[in-house]
Structure formats: C-alpha cells, structure tokens
Design a protein around this ligand. Structure first.
Ligand SMILES: [Zn+2]
Length: 1055
C-alpha cells in the first residue's frame, strides 16, 4: 500500500449533506488534479460498499461499453495478471462485480470492514483507469472463432443468450422509436452480435481513453469510512496515473448533460415486434411516455406518486380494472427511468396474442377515463404517505439506496451539487400533499392521458424461432467453409496463444505482499437487549434500555425480548411454538400462513372485509408478513414493520388477526387454490424434490417443517379443499382447533426492535394482547425441538437409499445426509464451516472435479445445527453416480492427507465466511434479529457471531483435515449416510447399478409413494395428478389480493 503523503491530499469538498429524515451524512469531494469525484455516505455497520460509476454515452451498437466492463478485470498497468483482482478480493473479505446499462457502466466492491476496502481500492482503480486492454484479452473475452468454426467469446456468448429475448427486442424497439439517431439512449451498449464480431481492440481502447477519465468517474462509498485515509489513498493513486490520463483542462464533452434533450414524441404509434418463442398463446405490451426533465424534482416525485396511485397495488385503478376485473393480463406495472428526460413505461404481461392490439387500446382509453373522472384523493394521500414511509425505511439500508441516487446525480445532475442537495429533505412530498384534485388531473393528462406515446406489442413467433436457428446454422456453416481446414487450424492456434498469454500464473510472491486484515477491523452493529415478563428468566440485565422497560413493567407475564437500535421504525415479531398443535392438523399450517392477512375480521364490533383489511394494513405499516420462523423453522412468525407512533396500533392489529379473524370458507378456498396451483411447479423441481423426500424420510410427522413440505401438503390440502365443498363445517372445525392450539400466550415469544425510549409504553401496551381473564398464564412452552422429530433414519443415518425417477427432468440430483455437529457451540463447527467453504469454492477442489469435467453443475455442503444433520448435494448431473464417486475420492483424499490444502484458497474460504456473516448483519435491524435468534432461539451468547469469526480465523489445517474425516467422509458411506437421488426415468437403471457396485442398496420408488395424508383419508380418485382442473365453481370469487407480502414455506425444505 502506498505510504501516506505528507502534503494534504489535493481534494476539495464539494458539499456535505445532512439528511433531515435519517441519521445520514453524504459528503462529496473532488480531486483538484483530475476532477474525479468521491461521494461518501456514512453509515455504521460491518459493510463497506463501493460503486465506481462512469457515464458512458455511445452512438453505435458496437458494444464497446460492455466489452470494456469485462476487459477491465483482466489486468492493469501495475497488476498485469488476469484474475489477480478477484483472487485478492476473495482473500480480502470482498467480492467484485459490474454492470453496463444504457447510461452507465458501474463497478462494485462489496467488502466487510474498512481496512480490507482500503487495501482493495487503489488496486481496483488501477484496473479501471489504466487497464491492460491487450489484444489477447479482447480475443478471448469479446469475440473469436474457435477451432470448430463457431463464434465464441465471453461477451459474445452473453449477448447470444439475451439479444433475441422478447423483453430485449421490445425494449430496443421502444428506444429506437422514442430516441432519434445520434441520441445515446437509442443504442445497445451491450453490443449487437453482428457488430461484436467486427469490434476491434483499437475501437475499445479509444472508447476507454474517451470515457474512462477520472473526471467522468464518481466513486460512491458507503459504510464506516475513514475520510482522511480515503482521500490519501485516492490522492496517492492519482500520482501513479496522472500522466496517463488527459489533462484536467483538456476539452471534454460530458456525456448526457452536454447532449441535446430528447424531442417530444411527435405522434402516438403502435409498433409490433416478433420474438422467437415456441408457445404462441400469449404476448406482452409495453407503453412508453417521455416524462419530466431530470432536474424537475417535484415533478419526478409526482410521477412516483401517480404511478403508485395507478398501478401500485391490487386495489389501484389500472391493476384492479385490467387484472382483477377484466382479466386481460396477468399483471400491470410501471417503471420510470431518471434520464435527462425521464421515461414512464407501463408493462402488461400474459396478454392473449390475438388481443394485443385491443388491450393496448383499452389501456390508453382507460387512462383517459381516469383523468376525466374524479380522483380518489384519500387514496392519493395514502400513496404519498406510504411512499414517504417506504423511502425512509429504505434509508436504513443506506448503501443500496443512496448509491443509485448518487449515480443518477453523476449522470444527469449539475456539477454544482444543487440536484443532489434535494436528497436532504422530503419537502416534495409535503408539497404534493397540498396538490388539489385539479392539479393531479392536469398532471395526469399532461404526462400520460393526453400525451403521445409509443406502444410495442410483443408477438411470440415459433416460425421466427425456427428461422433464426436455421439462419444461424447456415451462417456458421458458411463460415466454416470459408475458413477451410487450414483456416480452422489457424483459429485454434490463435485461441491457444491468446489463452496462454492471458493465463500467465500469478507469482505467489505478489499475492503474499497483501496482508489480510484481522476480523477485528469489521465493526458489527451493537444493540442493547432488555427483557420483560417470562423473558426475564433468561437473566437479569443492567443497562439503560432495561431501566426503561422496568419502569413500564406492569407485571405482565408475556415473554417480550427488546432490542434497542437507532431507527425511525418499530419492528414487531411474534414467534409461536407449534408443538401444541395436534400432529394430524399440522399440515394446515401452510393454509394458516397463506390466509393470515387476507381474511375478514371483526373490529370495533363490525365486520371488516379482507380488502379493507389489506387497505388498512398498507396504510399503517411499512410491511407485514406471516412465515416460518427463520431461527427455528418448526415455529411460526408474524412480523410487522411500522413507524414508531404506530406501536400500539400494530399491537391491536396483531390481536385482531389472531383472535378476531373470521374463518370464511370462501377465503380458505381461495387460499387453498393458490397453494395447490403452485404444487405442480414445486414437484417439477428435481433438486427440491430430492430434499423433500429426504425430509419425509428423516423426520417424524410431528415436525412442522415436514408437515408443510410439498409431499405433505399436496395430498392433505387437496383433500381439505374437497372436504370444504362437501362438509365445510368439518374443515372450519379443524382450522379453529389449529388456531386455538396455536394462539396461546404460553406459545408466544415477542421481539420488539426499536429506538426503545421513543415508545411511550413499551411493555404495558402489550396488555391488549392478553385475554381479559385474570387467571395466571400457564408456564412458557419450551421451544420446538427439531431434534425431537427425527425419525430412526434421521437419528442413525445409513442403509436408507432411494432412487426417485421423475418425468420432469432430464438430469440427476443427489442429496446425501449424515450426522453433523448438533450444537451451536460444538467445537468442530468452525473447522467444519471452513472445510465446507473450501471444498465448495468456485474453482475449488469439488468445483474443478465436477464442474470442470462436466459431471455436474455444482455441489454444496449444508450443516443444520437444529437437526444435527450434515448434507451434501450434487446439482444437475448427467450421471449422479459418477459425480458422487469423484467427490468421494476428493473428500477422502483430503481426509487421508493424500491431497494438500492451498494456502491462499484456504484464506479465501475463511474470508468468504467472514464476508457472509457481515452481509447477514448490515444494519441495526438485522443485528437485532441476530441477537434475538442467538439468545432466545439458539440459547447462545449474543456475541456468538463475532466469537465465531475469531474461531474461524484460528482454524488449523489439521483441524480441517480432522472434520473432513469425521463428518464428510461418512456422508459417502452406505452404512453412515442416507441418500436420495431424483433423476430422469432413463437414468434409473444405470444409477441403481452404479451405487450397488459401491456397496449401497438403493430402492426405486415413485415420488407419490413418499406423500403423507396425515391420516385425513378421502377418496383416491384425484390423487395421481396435480393438474388442478378447475372444478372450483362453488366458491368462484374474484382473484384476490396481492400476496407478495406473505411468505409461505416453499419446496426448499431443508433437512
Ligand atoms: Zn457482461
């Protein structure tokens, strides 16, 4: 690392912004030597993220911007080696990435801790400002013809995969219609295949020289940043490149802002684009408008509000009319782009192909109708306040949120900083709250209803699909003939030479120069824990938060765990034990979760329909959901996030949903239909089904996870839906019994995360949740113990092996399972995690042996402390037995010492674990949740995570070898592991034979044979197939609510 300079860095401060609505400061600096800008968004937490943005305007489809993005990773002036940047990143708690859009190429550096970031930064910048851009790099990365006469190259293949997709073709057609020749938004920055074939290295180098100047670059860095050190680092870096870049005063046309505005759309037009697709039944529609200028910030905010009003939810007018009532498409949504002239684009998906033109017209007419009718001003105000609320909530993940705002400012904003300054306040929203109905109507008419637009109808075409593939075949054939045998030989040699030049090995001495910072350099967010009611039994605490809680304590026995963080919001989670639910009712949990927020309720003595429940919840919360508890999947979790002032109101909603819901057959039927509709897709996923079979085999029916798995719910819930038609009382009785068993205070563990002093009555507010009776509560239920539900096969793995042929896959998938560490403080856990990360790493031993040889797409180790199981899965293999054999050899080789560990790869594995843990707790809310999970659900120290980091860094090679021998080798033993393989039907015999030869005795069974009806019984007429034939006329009500807030456990059952 360059030594700190004595003279102060040549940077000036452009502006310092202090946000009014969140504890965030944004500081912007500019280099007085090169004009490079650096914006720092200060935020506490373990993550430091960098976004290095370049404005990249181009007036052709050559793909120079996109190819440059790839080539920058292939070496630089000071670091010539391809892969060096990523090899270093892997050790330095970092990952790198980049994207090229129409308007920018942005590079990212995602790191845990400032020290590691500071080491990576100048190396990364060297790659961007002075990359090697060698001919050999262009040859392999951009485009070349291989020895067989096929066109290849990383970028070429990438575009081959996307260029002719429906959305790409439609988007390009739209831009070609809106933007005239010579306007940068018109072109394909990814590169059209035809032009990539003739793009030269010189063209790319010229484009780099023009665009990758420091003054066209902005570094956006978010996290705990040492500003002085940052400026010193960038200043020292500039010393090394200042002579390689154009002088600060050299003429420079700033992309976008120095270009012309887009002229208004002269007249409305409807374009038709055919895209290759085998299924011709439905197509897509895009309708695009030009919106206000970038610098008109109030109008920009008004567009956000208006589009939310029009199509932000199932109760908004466009979606309600077109999707719910007229059912002409499956979805309407809107996307806006903040360009010099913003764009507003509506999308309608799954429109019947022959009705595309009619539906497009209907949309345009509907917008006119809406603009002429009275506006629903109450709902408009709801939209404004909800947007403001959600925006503030997003500030708590400042890195993600502000990076895009600053990048847009870099692309289109004024260099004086006045545009970025807008971010300081939310005044726009206050202003918009004062807009009259007339003002909104005029705004809607001006920008949408009466505005010219460009519509693109996307028509699927099988003929085009056939034509394109035959033309491509003919082109390659002609190319081969043109080159001839000698020409092809020459191409093969050219490629070999280029690869050899690119892949020069990196000297170890170079890698050794970089010291990996200690894990102490990563600052996790500290929260303060307090307890009330039954939670006090976990130990007495002495801190200011606890004092506040004690003051408000009314003797309530409810288990409440508080976490104090800096936040404008309160997050409430209710975790419920499920062990008191009778086993035969447990499969109803899936229905329970799906139905939880979409049901009518009694409130204030009146019945409230479910649509109004949704409306009110949207009004009062930032988010709400019902799901499995992440820290213990046998438990259920109900979660709310809302503004602090809503604390008592949210508690009241929780009480309503728990105790005053009306279980209505029609609603239950709708939820069941939704659940059952997804089951065929779940069953098609061969990897998910291997895991699901393993779950059925290794766990007892009492496990709530097992009861909610695909193979339980498919049979059970189908019969429940049938029963609902013939005997609805029988279903209602069961559902009520489930709720009664579950909704008992002794099952409740509450988590409240907030700025605790801001809650007026943090404990006593919960009084509302308790039943009115004054009887003492029964003692708290122990946590659901997932180990208690292990079957004999789960307790003693071995000699259980199944091959399950599926008609829906042409590949094979294997899951092996054996015993692993079964406690969070198990001494082998740190070494096991390092071993798994080492073996699984990209370019690691298993990756090289299966992916590199085409034996499988990937492999993964997973350890589940809750059940004490360790699983190994082989993903998508042409022969799971061969892949299994190769993995077994590798694992045994490391255990015996026949194979040695690579020192740098081992550091990489540790670094990956460290980065993963930092990424899991980026902000106060996630740190608070981790604290609850550690203390309450796992019964370990709050600091378990940081303890683990230290331990992981101290693991020795001996210890790794030891755990591989003790845990991983048994995963491949017939007597010590269970195995499930799902595969294509034709593979079954070969797999049985292979595994038999290796000492296992696999039985072949159908997927259906693992289903469980939990004793519900019923006639077996319709259990074979899952095609959900719509005999659901009885409760034929309109398709309902947007359920994207709900989160029901899917097919990804973990063992
Ligand atoms: Zn790419």
């Amino acid at each position: 690392m360059p030594a700190a300079k004595e003279q102060s860095p040549r940077f000036k401060t452009v502006q310092t912004l202090k946000l009014e609505y969140a504890p965030i400061t944004i500081t912007q600096y500019e280099s007085t030597r090169t004009g490079m800008r650096v914006a720092v968004v200060d935020q506490k937490g373990p993550k430091v993220n960098g976004y290095f943005a370049l404005a990249t305007e181009i007036h052709d489809d050559s793909g120079a911007p996109h190819t440059l993005e790839h080539l920058c990773f292939m070496g630089s002036k000071a670091y010539h080696y391809k892969g060096l940047l990523d090899k270093l990143a892997t050790r330095m708690y970092s990952t790198t990435n980049a994207w090229t859009a129409v308007e920018t190429t942005t590079y990212t550096l995602d790191t845990a801790g400032w020290e590691a970031f500071a080491q990576m930064l100048p190396i990364y910048l060297d790659h961007l400002i002075v990359p090697t851009l060698s001919d050999a790099g262009c040859y392999t990365e951009v485009h070349h013809i291989d020895g067989a006469g096929n066109d290849a190259g990383v970028v070429y293949s990438e575009m081959q995969g996307t260029q002719n997709s429906g959305p790409e073709l439609m988007d390009l057609e739209m831009r070609r219609a809106i933007y005239p020749e010579g306007n940068g938004f018109r072109y394909e920055t990814g590169g059209m295949m035809e032009q990539l074939r003739s793009l030269t290295a010189d063209r790319i180098r010229d484009y780099h020289k023009e665009m990758y100047q420091p003054k066209n670059m902005r570094l956006v860095i978010t996290g705990e940043v040492d500003h002085d050190e940052l400026l010193q680092i960038v200043d020292a870096f500039e010393d090394t490149i200042v002579n390689d870049v154009p002088r600060l005063d050299a003429p420079f046309k700033r992309p976008w802002t120095d270009s012309k505005h887009t002229p208004p759309i002269a007249e409305s037009m409807v374009k038709t684009v055919r895209f290759p697709e085998e299924d011709e039944s439905t197509g897509e529609i895009m309708i695009g408008y030009l919106g206000p200028h970038y610098e008109d910030h109030v109008a920009g905010s008004a567009v956000s509000v208006l589009t939310q009003y029009l199509c932000g939810s199932s109760i908004s007018v466009l979606e309600n009319t077109l999707v719910e009532r007229e059912q002409v498409c499956s979805m309407v949504y809107c996307q806006t782009e903040d360009r010099t002239d913003s764009t507003i684009t509506f999308y309608m998906s799954s429109v019947e192909t022959e009705r595309l033109a009619v539906v497009e017209k209907r949309f345009v007419d509907l917008l006119k109708e809406v603009a002429q009718k009275p506006m629903d001003m109450n709902y408009m105000h709801d939209c404004i306040t909800r947007l403001r609320r959600q925006l503030m909530a997003r500030c708590e993940n400042a890195g993600d949120f502000f990076s895009q705002i600053v990048i847009d400012d870099h692309l289109y904003g004024s260099r004086s900083g006045e545009d970025l300054k807008q971010v300081e306040t939310l005044d726009d929203f206050d202003l918009l709250l004062k807009w009259t109905e007339k003002e909104w109507q005029d705004f809607l008419s001006k920008w949408l209803a009466d505005a010219n637009h460009v519509s693109v109808l996307g028509v699927p075409s099988k003929e085009l699909s056939d034509k394109m593939s035959s033309e491509e075949k003919a082109r390659v054939k002609a190319q081969r003939e043109r080159l001839g045998e000698d020409g092809l030989k020459q191409k093969a040699e050219d490629l070999k030479r280029a690869l050899a030049e690119n892949d020069k090995p990196i000297p170890e001495s170079l890698l050794e120069k970089f010291q990996v910072p200690s894990a102490d350099s990563i600052h996790f967010i500290q929260t303060t824990t307090a307890r009330s009611g039954a939670a006090r039994k976990m130990g007495k605490l002495d801190n200011p938060t606890q004092t506040i809680i004690d003051k408000d304590d009314n003797g309530s026995p409810l288990f409440i765990h508080f976490e104090h963080i800096e936040s404008n919001f309160v997050r409430i989670s209710l975790s419920m034990c499920t062990s008191s639910i009778p086993t035969e009712l447990k499969p109803l949990l899936t229905l329970y979760l799906m139905n939880f927020f979409t049901t009518p309720v009694m409130r204030g003595g009146k019945r409230v329909e479910f649509e109004d429940v949704v409306l009110d919840l949207e009004k009062e919360t930032v988010s709400y959901q019902a799901s499995s508890e992440r820290g213990n999947a046998d438990m259920i979790c109900i979660h709310f996030q809302a503004e602090v002032e809503r604390y008592e109101s949210i508690i009241s909603w929780l009480k309503t949903m728990l105790f005053d819901a009306i279980h209505e057959p029609a609603r239950l039927y709708a939820s069941l239909t939704k659940i059952l509709a997804d089951i065929p897709d779940e069953k098609r996923e061969a990897d998910g089904m291997a895991a699901s079979v393993l779950l059925m085999v290794q766990q007892l029916p009492g496990s709530a996870v097992r009861a909610q798995s695909t193979l339980s719910k498919s049979l059970y819930l189908r019969r429940i839906r049938k029963l609902l038609k013939t005997n609805e009382q029988a279903v209602l009785t069961r559902f009520a019994a489930l709720c009664k068993a579950l909704h008992r205070p002794e099952n409740f563990r509450l988590l409240v995360v907030a700025n605790i002093p801001a809650l007026p009555s943090p404990v006593s507010a919960w009084h509302a949740l308790l039943p009115p009776s004054s009887l003492p509560l029964p003692p708290l239920q122990p946590l659901d113990d997932r180990k208690a539900h292990l079957s004999p096969a789960g307790l003693r793995p071995g000699h259980t092996a199944y091959i399950v042929p599926l008609s829906t896959t042409d590949s094979s998938f294997a899951v092996l399972s054996t015993r692993g560490p079964d406690s969070w403080t198990h001494p082998d856990l740190p070494a096991l995690r390092v071993a798994a990360a080492y073996l699984d790493a990209v370019e690691g031993p298993l990756w090289v042996s299966v992916r590199g040889t085409g034996l499988a797409y990937g492999t993964a180790w997973r350890w589940a402390v809750e059940t004490g199981m360790l699983t190994f899965s082989i993903y998508r293999s042409p022969d799971a037995f061969k892949a299994w054999k190769v993995c077994k050899e590798q694992v045994e080789g490391f255990a015996s010492g026949r194979l040695g560990f690579d020192r740098f790869a081992l550091e990489g594995a540790i670094s990956e674990i460290v980065l993963g843990m930092a990424s899991a707790e980026p902000n106060g809310a996630s740190a608070a949740e981790a604290s609850f999970v550690n203390q309450v659900l796992r019964g370990v120290r709050k600091e378990w995570g940081t303890d683990m980091l230290g331990k992981v860094r101290g693991v020795t090679q001996e210890e790794i070898r030891g755990v591989i021998g003790r845990y991983m080798v048994p995963a491949f033993g017939a007597g010590t592991a269970n195995m499930v393989v799902t595969c294509a039907q034709i593979m079954q015999e070969g797999l049985v034979e292979g595994f038999k030869g290796a000492g296992s005795e696999p039985a072949v069974r159908t997927l259906e044979s693992f289903q469980d009806d939990y004793g519900l019984g019923g006639d077996d007429g319709d259990e074979g197939g899952d095609d959900d034939e719509g005999d659901d006329d009885e409760y034929d009500e309109e398709d309902d609510e947007d359920d994207d807030r709900e989160d029901t456990p899917g097919s990804g059952d973990d063992a």
